[in-house]
Design a protein around this ligand. Structure first.
Ligand SMILES: Cc1ncc(COP(=O)(O)O)c(C=O)c1O
Length: 455
């Protein structure tokens, strides 16, 4: 336990003390659950929120989460991105309930895989075929392997500020002391051989045309260039020109281009960033939203690349498999959500953009009128509050501020949950009155900090 009511720092401002007391007093069951997990859990699966102890969720409905003690919060976690139409959407609940009655894991496939594959294929002209796995990380791992097999080259390039999951080839980060336009990189966390960042991965500068020159220079070694068309660390939509140039350079150099749409797929538009920008890569990875809340990863792309999974057309076949790949519950859940999103896309996506923009505009107006050095960045319904008044060009310009943790504690005190990674989402279930409450809670949290003299 980081902190208890008794050890509240008396040097803290009165609002900081009050919110800790309030949160601790109203969450005894969560405190008990945190204590119980302590001796046996090496780490919590994910850290949901910054507070003196973890809070645990009991149930969810629409835009709300309810914790073990019955406290209700407006949910801006949205499952870390997958929930696009809110918690427990009826079509998904119905599909899961009826599959559960028939059994839920066979190994031998059901017919649902082909149905979900068709829906994904129909969503993008870049997709000839798809392959299912269980997480976004598995999808990027398989995609990197397929690209190396198809191209016969070894190096995968990724961009400063990106996130592509938890396997060894993805856990490479730019050294922020290196030059912005020619970033060097190292592996992230212990246990990953440094040869991976030195010899097998390459770091490119995001939204910087020097990336094009580096691709041209190293094209004979580069199997694939991988990009999040909208980086979650730095959510913004003004990437059209950079992505267009990147598509051209990769084609010219004979280097495969991959869009990692694990977080943006079926969230930015039904057809993801590919539809928003009308730019199409050779390979796409999906996850999150496409499973309707069940664990999923998808590798998709041109026949040429997807041949690596089947060994067709004399392509050297890669090894790919997984006990739970194409799991029936995931397949029916994915089919239900994609059918729902496809049918209602004309209402859902404009609404998500409009409300995401409204949150940003209101909060940015408030911050500038109060002279608060913070800004809300958003790409439609995906948003990140940055504690800096400076212009943000790339993830390089974003640091973590000391008051950030304190801000989110106040936000929780005002009944709005943003997870520890501080990336927030809204869904179609967050109706305008709920969005009003969100904006109000953000403003109050800034005021709490100001009254305590922290901003
Ligand atoms: C762009 C991107 N790629 C890959 C991943 C990894 O997905 P997962 O957490 O399902 O393994 C994430 C997760 O947030 C992501 O945002």
């Amino acid at each position: 336990m980081e902190q208890s009511a008794k050890t509240i720092d008396h040097e803290m401002g009165k609002n900081s003390q009050a919110v800790r007391k309030k949160l601790l007093n109203r969450t005894p069951k969560s405190e008990e659950a945190a204590r119980r997990g302590h001796p046996s859990l090496a780490m919590e699966v994910v850290q949901t929120v910054d507070m003196p102890h973890q809070i645990y969720i009991d149930s969810a409905e629409g835009p709300y989460l309810t914790d073990l003690d019955g406290n209700q919060y407006i949910d801006l976690t949205c499952g870390f991105g997958p929930n696009v139409v809110g918690n427990r959407p009826k079509p998904v609940e119905k599909a899961l309930s009826s599959q559960i009655k028939k059994g839920w894991h066979f190994g031998i496939p059901g017919a649902e895989q082909a149905h979900l594959a068709e829906l994904i294929k129909d969503s993008s002209p870049a997709v000839d075929e798809v392959m299912f796995c269980n997480s976004g990380s598995e999808a990027t791992m398989f995609a990197f392997r397929a690209a190396r097999a198809v191209s016969g080259k070894r190096v995968i390039a990724m961009f400063d500020g990106s996130y592509h999951g938890i396997h060894d080839y993805a856990l490479v980060k730019a050294d922020h002391k290196s030059d912005r336009s020619t970033p060097t990189s190292s592996t992230l966390g212990a246990g990953i051989p440094e040869e991976i960042s030195r010899d097998l991965m390459m770091m490119l500068p995001n939204r910087d045309s020097n990336a094009y020159d580096l691709i041209k220079q190293y094209k004979d070694d580069l199997a694939m260039v991988v990009i999040e068309p909208v980086q979650s660390s730095n959510p913004r939509l003004d990437n059209q020109e950079f992505l267009k140039g990147l598509r051209e350079v990769c084609t010219e150099c004979g280097v495969l281009l991959m869009f990692d749409e694990v977080i943006t797929g079926f969230r930015i538009e039904y057809g993801g960033c590919q539809e928003y920008y009308n730019i199409f890569p050779d390979v796409v990875t999906y996850g999150k939203a496409v499973g309707g809340g069940m664990p999923i990863g998808v590798v998709a792309g041109s026949k040429r690349v997807m041949n690596a999974f089947s060994g067709s057309d004399n392509t050297p076949p890669i090894f790919a498999g997984g006990t739970f790949n194409g799991h029936p519950l995931t397949m029916v859940s994915g089919i239900a959500i994609l059918k729902h999103l496809k049918k209602n896309q004309k209402e859902i996506y404009p609404y998500l953009h409009e409300q995401g923009d409204r949150i940003s505009t209101e909060i940015n107006k408030f911050c500038s009128s109060m002279n608060i050095p913070a800004q809300m960045m958003n790409a439609g319904s995906m948003m990140h509050l940055i504690f800096s008044g400076e212009k943000i060009e790339s993830a390089r310009d974003i640091g973590r501020s000391k008051i950030e943790k304190e801000f989110y504690l106040h936000l929780l005190g005002h009944n709005v949950i943003v997870p520890g990674i501080h990336l927030a989402f809204i869904t179609y279930a967050h109706k305008p009155d709920v969005i009003d409450e969100v904006i109000d809670a953000f403003k109050k949290s800034f005021q709490d900090l100001r009254e305590d003299g922290l901003i």
